[in-house]
Structures are given as structure tokens and as C-alpha cells.
Design a protein around this ligand. Sequence first.
Ligand code: KIV
Length: 265
Amino acid sequence: MAKTLRTHDLISMKQAGEKIACLTSYDASFARLQEEAGVDVLLVGDSLGMVLQGATTTLQVNIYDMIYHTSMVSRVCQRPLIITDMPFMSYQSAAQALGNAGRLIAEGGAHMVKLEGGKPVLAAIEKIVANGIPVCGHLGLTPQSIHELGGYKVQGKTEESVKKMLNEAKMLEQAGIKALVFECIPSPVAKMITDELSIPTIGIGAGVDCDGQVLVAQDMLGMSQKQPVFCKDFLSGNDSILAAFKAYVTSVKDKSFPEKEHGFD
Ligand code: KIV
């Protein structure tokens, strides 16, 4: 039986310079193929609201959806570390955050939970971590704040916002997160912050210098209505979904993905 990757394995991979390959996963059929392809981390993302449920944002996804989809993934996987998103409005107080994180672990079978944001979510993160649940942070474009951000736009483009992101990344690390997702930020900013942290960063639209990469599986299979600019269609040129997942893992590990065109300056 394959040994499940743990948070300390991700930190060892960062230290060894081995890139972490992560994909979103929402069900057993994809999860099985992703494990077979050697994907290290499966993210049960609340992007399932857009990808599976057909919504225009992630805001209507709830804790029951996340438990349901996580359980389908965790039931069939052995080696990958499973991270599950805490959905919108499920971590407004520290006590509520702990209760919902506990459900994702106990009922869903997740190994780690992910929360979006910086300073405002520190108390929730500290409470979850203090109770033995690993946490992943998420900075940059945080889709649960879409109405405040005013659209799906690249973040960290001003000196002030970069300073804030660096400070928040350090605060999150101090609060005990074990990994950090960067979404849609300039590649040089992602590199600078990655170099400052001892925990691994996992980027999407954040350049090749993050410690790992994540894509929405349906996007990298060319199934989305509109392919994001930071994505590549790995099914094109490969004859099966399994082959596409394998090509993605190889490209992340040998740093041929993402290329410059998949990032922002
Ligand atoms: O929900 C999701 O799939 C995510 C990734 C885009 C990082 O958070």
C-alpha cells in the first residue's frame, strides 16, 4: 500500500527542490487516474461550483458539497495528500472554522484544509492548527472575495500590494500554515515570497518558481468554455486523460510548465 504524502513530505520536497504536482479533483474517477499518474496533491477546490455546478462564482458552494466531493476522492486514493477548500462563509469565527474543518477531515477524509485570505483569517487558522489540523493558505486572487476584487484580475501589481502580500504570507506561516497557494500574481513576486518562506508555495498563474503548481483538471484537459491564459491543454497531443495527467506531472517536475506565456510580469 502506498504511503500517504504528509505535510512534512511537501516541506522536504521544497528543501530538495522537487516540484509538487497538484490538480483539482472532485470525484473518484478522476482521483484514481490522477493517483496513477503520480499527482502528489489533490485539491478538492470550491472551483467545483463553477466547473461542476455551472455557477459563475464559487460563492454558492457549501460545506455539504465539500464533504461530499472530498469523500469521493479520499475513498479511492492512497498516496496523494488531499487538500479541501473551506467554502465561502464557513470560517467567519474561529469556532465555526474549527467545526467545519473538523467535518472536512472526519467526514470527508481530507488531510488538510485551505482558507482564502490573510490577516482576517489568522484567528481561524490558529484555532484549526492548534487542534491538529493542517492548513493551507491562499493569497493573490482569492475567488471568494470576487465582489470586493471587482473581477478575476491579476493581484500584486503595486508596490504596496506586494508588501502587504509578503507580510501576510509571513503572518500565515507564523500562524502555522503548512503550504500556501498563490493565484494569479506576477511571477517575480511569487518567486520573491517563495524564497522568503520555509513552507512550500503552490502556484496557479504565478510562474515556475513556486514550489509546486496547481491547475483545475478540467481546464488542463481543454474541457472549459474559456481556457485561462495561465493554463495549457495537456490532452492535446496525448491520447487519454491518464496520459494528459502524466504529461502534466512530468512538465511540473522538469519545470517545463509553466512557461513564461502562462505567467504574468
Ligand atoms: O478552488 C480551486 O480550485 C482553487 C485553485 C484554483 C487554487 O482554489
